[in-house]
Design a protein around this ligand. Structure first.
Ligand SMILES: Cc1cc2nc3c(=O)[nH]c(=O)nc-3n(C[C@H](O)[C@H](O)[C@H](O)COP(=O)(O)O)c2cc1C
Length: 265
């Protein structure tokens, strides 16, 4: 059984879940969802296909939608699953519904939906997860992964659990707050003097939205996904978003290295 997991990650939570899940499944290929892949043909004939991604404004990072539209799935009726990682307790949002719709446009069905709560990665004081909560979330994740793998191995059908009313409001949040933002989402990012020009932000950005100009990051105002990878991985904590991130603790998954997020062919 060949499995391909396509993952999007800003701060490593979804990559950690992908790597952990891969250990319990056979012949797994992990493919990072990045802007660069949209300029190449993308074909999969895997029998099992997974999408693992963070919940952003209750829904999918926009790039994931473009990626699924671009992906050519050639196998006959693959088993397709989604794992959404989320920071809020009830945060799986409309991720599964959105992926199901994208697949339906290709005449494919989403077989199973899973959700794993991880530390919230919005760098704001009211989203800070304590060390104790992080340990609990990581322990819960470790417990959940073998169960998710077991469901996948048994090709179980697990539909999304969304309640209609909740889903209605989540759609409003997504479409109103994220998908239809009038200004570019990266408008509030800037870099402080202590930047050492390491260019990690530019290499990590999954949307290929940061170029280095005179040794400093410049957001291109085209394609920001609002994943906060640039800010959260900056080793100097030199990247800020408006005023709210000054002095706020940074987060990325402790077992993931920045270099794992760099683009590789
Ligand atoms: C801009 C933004 C919006 C987010 N919105 C939600 C949300 O609506 N619900 C939720 O549960 N988590 C939300 N999160 C938290 C992430 O989904 C969560 O921390 C996720 O595990 C991050 O995964 P990653 O490290 O793979 O990027 C949001 C994060 C960001 C950066």
């Amino acid at each position: 059984m060949n499995t391909t997991i396509f993952y999007f990650t800003g701060t490593g939570n979804s990559l950690k879940v992908s790597k952990d899940l891969a250990q319990y499944l056979e012949n797994v290929k992990l493919v990072q969802i990045r802007q660069e892949r949209l300029s190449q043909p993308l074909v999969t004939d895997a029998e099992v296909i997974g999408f693992i991604l963070p919940t952003i404004f209750s829904g999918i990072p926009k790039l994931v939608g473009q990626f699924i539209q671009h992906l050519e799935i050639v196998g006959s009726s693959p088993y397709i699953f989604v794992v959404s990682t989320h920071g809020d307790r009830q945060g799986a949002g409309i991720v599964s519904e959105q992926i199901a719709r994208l697949l339906a446009a290709k005449e494919l069905a989403l077989a199973a939906c899973f959700a794993v709560q991880m530390p919230h990665n919005v760098p704001a004081r009211d989203h800070l997860t304590t060390a104790q909560e992080k340990s609990r979330l990581f322990a819960d994740e470790a417990r959940q992964i073998p169960q998710i793998a077991e469901s996948i191995r048994k090709f179980q059908r697990i539909p999304p659990k969304n309640k209609k009313l909740k889903s209605f409001f989540e759609r409003l949040t997504y479409n109103g707050g994220y998908n239809s933002a009038k200004t570019s989402l990266d408008k509030g990012f800037y870099v402080e003097e202590r930047c050492v020009s390491c260019s990690n932000c530019s290499k990590i950005c999954p949307a290929h939205n940061i170029e280095m100009v005179n040794g400093k990051p410049k957001w291109k105002s085209e394609n920001c996904q609002f994943c906060f990878a640039c800010l959260q991985w900056c080793p100097q904590r030199a990247i800020q978003y408006k005023k709210g991130t000054i002095g706020v603790e940074r987060y990325h998954h402790p077992e993931i290295k920045a270099s794992e997020l760099f683009y590789t062919e």
